[in-house]
Design a protein around this ligand. Structure first.
Ligand SMILES: Nc1nc2c(ncn2[C@@H]2O[C@H](COP(=O)(O)OP(=O)(O)OP(=O)(O)O)[C@@H](O)[C@H]2O)c(=O)[nH]1
Length: 428
């Protein structure tokens, strides 16, 4: 503002009570609602004060502390507490600045802005910091400038000033934390004073949530530990029992785990295998047949045989179902034993009917296998002296027709075999 004043007004050539200067000053005053007056004081002692108040006393602004300080230092604002003789106010906050001519650098007096101290106190009082505290303005020498009614001992103010001059940032003094900022070139301090108890309460309040979080985490950890401990106890008990009973040897935990995983794998494989195996005969079951036959029917040089025990009803009726079961088991055993080749698979198709799939096996070889099997079944002696077992079979090539048609063809050959005397294999 002082610089603009110097640019816009030729103070050295100004008439006293220059109207342009008065208008300029009043405009500045209007835009600062907290300022009570604005003064331009010339080096010859003449002054222009707005708002204009006639003073009975002769007043020489050059005797004011703000004038001499501002003239001495050329470029920075000065803050001082003065007595306004025009309004008879004892405490006015004055911010003063020298007016320097921008062309020749000469000093064209001082511009002073007076602020109402009470208003400033009210403003300070209305600032609500995030915690309970006292905020005040003091000089760097330790005198109170603006204090909204606080009673702070001079010795305390001086100690604050000493600390504030010596440090940058906050400090602790006699049970209070002090935070401060400087106004102007280290002239005044705006100080915020917070009691230690207030600070502790704030910290306590802030840390209570963290504390709850930590307690919760501890509880969760404790629970996890408890669950883990229970699980480990069970494992230890099982290992101990195993060692005691001699079912497992005292080996490293890794070995025990490996064994456990291995046996679990074996269990899984067995379950999968059981799902595809017939319980009575140990042959692959109907589900396995359905899985494989569809696949085989698309391959070259594959054959299918449908086998049916002859007069099985009679066997059951004569010797009972248990013997009937033994017959079925024996038939399966012999078929498996004679098969030799890995690519001949036997399935219990249903009841006393067995299906055989030949993969990459010629019809001659398939027929020869079935013959050997038929003869060994027929010549087999059972505990029941009169029991003679035989089977009939229909053998045909796979592929070239749908699976159901292929099965029907094999069944038809089997039916022919039965019709023409049983105990024979018909190939088609
Ligand atoms: N013991 C036993 N009998 C079964 C089993 N499955 C089916 N059967 C019996 O096998 C018999 C099959 O009889 P049928 O279909 O009349 O045929 P069959 O007496 O062998 O006469 P052909 O086939 O003409 O030689 C029925 O009596 C069924 O109860 C089984 O798992 N165990």
């Amino acid at each position: 503002m002082a610089r603009t004043a110097a640019d816009q007004h030729k103070f050295s050539t100004l008439e006293h009570d220059d109207l342009a200067l008065r208008n300029w000053l009043i405009e500045r005053l209007r835009i600062m609602p907290d300022a009570v007056s604005i003064i331009h004081a010339s080096n010859d002692g003449h002054y222009t004060r707005l708002p204009y108040i006639e003073s009975k006393e002769t007043w020489d602004p050059r005797k004011e502390p703000w004038f001499s300080i501002a003239v001495e230092d050329t470029d920075t604002a000065h803050y001082s507490v003065t007595n306004d003789i025009f309004t008879h106010k004892e405490r006015v906050l004055t911010i003063s600045l020298p007016v320097i001519d921008g062309v020749d650098g000469s000093n064209d007096g001082v511009l002073a802005l007076n602020l109402d101290a009470e208003k400033s106190e009210a403003i300070l009082n209305a600032t609500y910091p995030p915690m309970k505290s006292r905020t005040f303005v003091m000089t760097k020498e330790g005198q109170m400038v603006i204090s909204p009614g606080y009673n702070i001992a001079d010795s305390t103010l001086q100690a604050i000033a000493r600390n504030a001059n010596a440090f940058r940032g906050e400090f602790f003094l006699n049970g209070y934390y002090y935070f401060y900022r400087t106004i102007g070139p280290q002239a005044w301090f705006v100080v915020q004073e917070v009691a230690e108890s207030e600070m502790k309460q704030l910290v306590r309040h802030g840390s209570i949530k963290v504390l709850y979080g930590m307690v919760l985490t501890q509880v969760i950890l404790l629970f996890c530990w408890w669950v883990l401990r229970a699980a480990l106890n069970t494992i230890y008990m099982r290992i101990t029992n195993g060692i005691r009973n001699g079912t497992i040897k005292q080996t490293a935990v890794e070995e025990l785990l490996f064994e456990e995983i291995h046996s679990a794998q074996q269990r899984q494989e067995k379950i999968a295998q059981d799902a595809l195996t017939d319980g009575l005969t140990g042959l692959a079951n109907r589900r396995a047949f359905d899985n494989d036959a569809e696949r085989y029917n698309g391959l070259a040089n594959t054959h299918i045989a449908m086998i049916d025990v002859d007069n099985f009803k009679k066997i059951n009726d004569t010797w009972g179902h248990t013997v009937g079961d033994v017959v079925l088991k024996t038939l399966a055993e012999l078929g498996l034993r004679l098969r030799g080749l890995e690519n001949i698979t036997l399935y219990r198709y249903g009841g006393e009917e067995i299906a055989v799939l030949f993969r990459d096996v010629s019809v001659e070889k398939a027929q020869s296998y079935l013959e050997k099997w038929r003869i060994s079944v027929h010549t087999r002696s059972f505990r029941e002296a009169d029991l003679r077992v035989s089977f009939s079979a229909g053998l045909c090539k796979m592929g070239g027709a749908s699976l159901s048609d292929v099965v029907a063809q094999a069944d038809q050959l089997l039916y022919q075999a039965k019709k023409t005397g049983k105990n024979k294999i018909l190939a088609g």
